[in-house]
Design a protein around this ligand. Structure first.
Ligand code: ZN
Length: 243
């Protein structure tokens, strides 16, 4: 079982970057929860834990201590950027990152930019930095900066569910590629019936009862309401009285 730690940046009294009606801590949590759900729902052999799954404050040290104690196989810290300019997406590994961290960054960055392709997000490239989350974690670690909160065009993108979905999908696809995860086999769901087409077993009686005037011949597969039932019963009683 592959163990992955996702670290939604900031939280509680530390809102992170803010602007255009958005808070970094909220976006980070939404994306992180989305990654956990999609990975565990769709892929085999992966367990995702979050350093926080509510709006609480955690010191950076608490976050890396947690991941190190759990002995996870990789850590991804999810953030949004700020600082103006033209916005965009970028990712960080540590300045002296391991080859594995570099590989994780490459997988994540490539997949995320591919998913963001329809939304014209600027690629600020794969970077290195002396950041706590990627320095103090003992496992391969990458920090993603998911667009700029304080750049209006990026903030508008972050308000679009499709962009959030693309960010989630990109992380998921990157993780799956890095670990070589296999998709779960999904049982084929039987096609939902067309309520406008009568079932073969009911065809004769449906046509007969339509001819008798109990039903109007439409939507044979639709559920019946109590009031519709009352109309049918009333027609039945009237018909019997006439006979
Ligand atoms: Zn941040």
């Amino acid at each position: 079982m592959i163990k992955l730690e996702i670290d939604p940046g900031h939280g509680g009294k530390d809102g992170g970057a803010a602007g255009n009606g958005l808070k970094e801590k909220d976006i980070a949590l939404i994306i992180s929860k989305g990654i956990k759900k999609k990975l565990e729902d769709e892929y085999e052999g992966v367990k995702v834990t979050l350093t926080r799954n509510t709006d609480i404050f955690l010191e950076l040290k608490e976050r890396t201590n947690k991941a190190n104690a759990a002995g996870v196989d990789a850590l991804i810290s999810v953030h949004c950027n700020a600082g103006g300019g033209s916005g965009g997406f970028e990712s960080f590994r540590h300045t002296n990152a391991s080859a594995k961290s570099k590989e994780l960054q490459e997988a994540l960055h490539t997949a995320i930019m591919a998913e963001l392709n329809p939304f014209n997000v600027i690629d600020r490239k794969q970077k290195t930095g002396n950041l706590h989350m990627v320095r103090e974690s003992k496992m391969p670690a990458v920090l993603t900066e998911n667009l700029f909160i304080d750049v209006a065009a990026d903030a508008n993108r972050l308000k679009n569910d499709k962009v959030i979905e693309a960010l989630i999908n990109g992380h998921v696809i990157g993780v799956a590629k890095y670990f070589g995860l296999k998709k779960k086999k999904v049982a084929k769901v039987a096609n939902e019936r067309d309520i406008n087409v009568v079932s073969p077993w009911a065809k004769t009686v449906w046509e007969e009862m339509t001819k008798e005037g109990y039903f109007d011949g439409k939507r044979p597969g639709a559920p019946i309401t109590r009031e519709e039932m009352a109309v049918v019963v009333s027609r039945l009683l009237n018909n019997n009285q006439q006979k």
